[in-house]
Design a protein around this ligand. Sequence first.
Ligand code: SF4
Length: 694
Amino acid sequence: LLEHGQATRSVVTTCAYCGVGCSFRAELQGERLVRMVPNKDGQANHGHSCVKGRFATGYVTHRERILEPMLRARISDPWRKVGWDEAIAHVAAEFRRIQAKYGRDSIGGITSSRCTNEETYLVQKLVRAAFGSNNVDTCARVCHSPTGYGLKSTLGESAGTQDFDSVMHADVIFVIGANPTDAHPVFASQLKRRLRRGARLIVADPRRIELVRAPHVRADHHLQLRPGTNVALLDALAHVVVVEGLVDEAFVRERCEADSFARWRAFVAAPANSPEALEAVTGVPAAEVRAAARLYATGGNAAIYYGLGVTEHSQGSTAVMAIANLAMATGNLGRVGVGVNPLRGQNNVQGSCDMGSFPHEFPGYRHVADDAVRATFERAWGVPLQAEPGLRIPNMFEAALDGEFKGLYIQGEDIAQSDPNTQHVTAALAAMECVVVQDLFLNETAKFAHVFLPGSTFLEKDGTFTNAERRVSRVRKVMEPRGGHADWEVTQLLSNALGYPMRYAHPSEIMDEIARLTPTFAGISFARIDALGSIQWPCNDEHPAGTPTMHVDAFVRGKGRFMLTEYVPTSEKVTAKHPLILTTGRILSQYNVGAQTRRTDNNRWHAEDRLEIHPHDAEQRGISDGDWVGIASRAGETVLRARLSDRMQPGVVYTTFHFPGSGANVITTENSDWATNCPEYKVTAVEVTRVSQP
Ligand code: SF4
């Protein structure tokens, strides 16, 4: 825990962990951080916090922080410490050498959902303006890219529809594929407050998550579906809404496209989409599905909250569209207490997407092929820009293995641990000639790096984060960057060395540029955020104070569009060799790949990833609680300790991915969402056997 002492000053800033975006007062004694105090005026958290944001800051001063740039010619060589000038000049020379030899598209960049909006904006600008390609992607590729695709296709905007406080006006709360207790703790507390005051709850999850039977909270329906069958379940719910006459006809007539609704209505009404027909697919009793659909459609204000259990599937984008369809059909959009709300995992995953981190979109989700939009950026940035979308992260790996992609700048991501099928990722990294990792620690990806540039923590820089409710909040510098530069400064140095000048004196100037070029951010500046506390985008002439609830009078795309959502089973099948399904998730005290939380006292509560297995499956395999078990899939093998748990249904096992080496991604496969390539982390066929201690 933090050392206690008398604070001499405090700085209000935003938590660097999950997408709730809690506001804190960082209290300091001189230059030393004494404690993090949740901010009573915080508009996302109202004075609440969790064990990560409040206590897990020890990594900032951890002895393993790398504070000097390092180089090596080959990944088998020892690191050599160098000054910033040499490191930046080396990267620029290497990237120009690679482009001269292999072509403009042979290098790219990956932005971080843990860095600020201003930093992700600069990395995508570096790639587009200085590298001259659109080869920029973000770790949202592996989490909420289907949210962007699905919500934009149906509603017209790649973001959730409500603020968190809206949940206090919901009568029915439908949580699907999300475990807020562990992943979004402060929002989970708010949600439970509403449930204790009488809201009804539907949970759809293969696992009996805490919300199903929390203290003083009981889910009315736990739809314990088989992993990989979200779309079938959502189609079955929609079938009941349509066939039992529960559609909000007036809302649909006024707000949605008539032809797409007619096609969708006929599609979901087909007998093949009835709960009875799909019971064998989902494993959820038809009567339970019918009761849940009636409750959602007729119980008053109904709000949907979903997470990676929806998106990280081969049909992730389809499931997001099915959720939007359901909300439109029942009129549960466009007012307080309803809506479609993705619970974003990382602190700034919404922001990194907003800032143009995708290879096909400029900031504000505008396609690179749009001539007018591209012309706007060309005028502002003073360089010609490419109209062809660049490579997504998985395409970068493929191109690297084909010998066509040779240089990668990675800011604040550990793709060798976080991305699926570790062996594939590391083979691709090993095939590159210049991998540049900018991070706090020598992470798994740094094992394949030729250049290491010290990163900066959220306490060491100014900027903004955007949380899951589109709330843009200030990150304020509490201490000087321990490595000498904030992350945005490093990107700027690299750009200048490459010959594309960047001359920002402060991140507020970067935000001013973002606001000039991005219509949804037009009214946002550091000064306005400081005055208002935070601002939810869109903020512009139309919405000068920001927008807590979206799509109020009309959808962003005009009329809401219903998309057909035919269930297509994943190609990942259980077999005699791999008879169990592995699904993955998170735990309260740890965060993502654990680079930060593993280096804090939070590690006491959860010091290893474990495999949860149902007692029935364990007994069949002679496995007792605490035994070491081997887990094998067609992609790889790993060893973890077993935890017997009836939270799982028989036939399904579960683990987290917070620790390197033995992590779940050694065994997850290359399968991904058809529209966005978001990996299918949630469904991997495996076998589990008892082994001796590794
Ligand atoms: Fe930080 Fe999320 Fe916890 Fe809030 S709920 S303190 S944002 S980790």
